[in-house]
Design a protein around this ligand. Structure first.
Ligand code: 5GP
Ligand code: MN
Length: 320
């Protein structure tokens, strides 16, 4: 059931113990949502913890610590999680059917939770979390501001993407007024690269292939490339932005091999190409300009399948 802001705030006010879940392979938005909401609930005298099916990359540690103990509270909240399967295999099995409140900004949200507070016009789920925090009457502390700013900045590519609205920028300004360390956060998120990341980026660029009259650029990252570079999946997010940056490319795809041999697809598009619609053909989803899905098969078959879906989308667009 879709609910409004007031109903979501009432649910939080009327209950005491909350287990907040982020999506697996956590990013700045889902962690920012989790830690900001957790602090806000605690300041209302409630019990709250944040958990994730994966560990969080060290660069996000200034926002807070995930609870690593196996603690369960009955009121399960998922933040920035469009589909229960994005909780990761173990957490999906354990918690996926029992989420009481989902706070999210993906138009493709599967409405798997009992109640869903959804705003696809939000550049980051952190925009919605900030509204919830204000509705609860909680003061925005410096640590909450750091979390919310991180979500706003990371999900908008440092305020560059088309998902940015006046509200995003107003909220970012407000967070700076509340003490967010904006430049420090942006340096960590956008101006700092590990050596292992740079080694992986080089291999990723070498793997790039062009398809569909050079309108599609495709990067494939294999397990061997992770081994050779010393990098791992926690470092791949920044690579997903690269193929779309090539002049003339309207669909950039980065596909990485998971330990189980499946391939995780990260698709980024320019205006006029709906990444979420293309990924939906393969059981995934996301936003109009950034979406994802998982595909089986060896690298070449998986790539051909994704390219064939993009081709199908182009043909349907031409005919419509
Ligand atoms: P990323 O490429 O950064 O992993 O994901 C881009 C966007 O697409 C994110 O908002 C993410 O939640 C969404 N997304 C990625 N993979 C999937 C998927 O398999 N299913 C759904 N529904 N959304 C996905
Ligand atoms: Mn998000």
């Amino acid at each position: 059931m879709i609910i409004d802001l007031k109903t979501a705030a009432k649910f939080l006010e009327n209950n005491d113990d909350f287990l907040i879940l982020t999506h697996a392979h956590p990013d700045g938005d889902t962690l920012g949502c989790g830690f900001a909401l957790c602090e806000a609930l605690k300041s209302c005298g409630k019990n709250a913890i944040v958990r994730c099916g994966d560990t969080a990359p060290e660069k996000y540690s200034y926002m807070g610590k995930l609870c690593e103990e196996d603690i369960e509270y009955e009121n399960i909240i998922a933040v920035d999680v469009a589909d229960a399967k994005l909780l990761g295999k173990e957490f999906e099995e354990r918690f996926g059917g029992r989420v009481k409140l989902c706070i999210d900004h993906h138009g493709s949200n599967r409405l798997y939770a009992e109640q869903t507070l959804l705003d696809p016009s939000a550049a980051a789920a952190c925009e919605i979390i900030l509204e919830v925090i204000k509705e609860l009457g909680v003061e925005v502390t410096k640590s909450i501001a750091d979390c919310i700013f991180t979500g706003l900045s990371t999900d908008s590519g440092c305020f560059r993407y088309s998902n940015v609205t006046p509200r995003t920028l107003r909220m970012a300004a407000e967070m700076i007024e509340s003490g967010a360390d904006h430049s420090k956060i942006n340096v960590i998120m956008f101006e700092t690269k590990t050596r292992t990341y740079v080694a992986l980026e080089r291999l990723a660029l070498e793997s790039m292939k062009m398809f569909l009259d050079d309108r599609c650029a495709f990067i494939t990252i294999t397990r061997d490339m992770f081994r050779e570079s010393g990098s791992d999946e926690s470092e791949v997010d920044a690579i997903a932005a690269i193929p779309r940056q090539i002049e003339g490319v309207s669909v950039g795809v980065t596909m990485r091999e998971k330990p189980d041999g499946t391939f995780k697809v990260s698709m980024r598009t320019h205006e006029g190409v709906d990444a979420s619609a293309i990924c939906a053909m393969l059981g995934g989803g996301g936003h109009p300009r950034a979406a994802g899905c998982t595909v089986d098969g060896d690298a070449q078959n998986a790539r051909n399948l994704v390219v064939s879906c993009i081709e199908k989308y182009f043909k349907e667009e031409l005919n419509s």
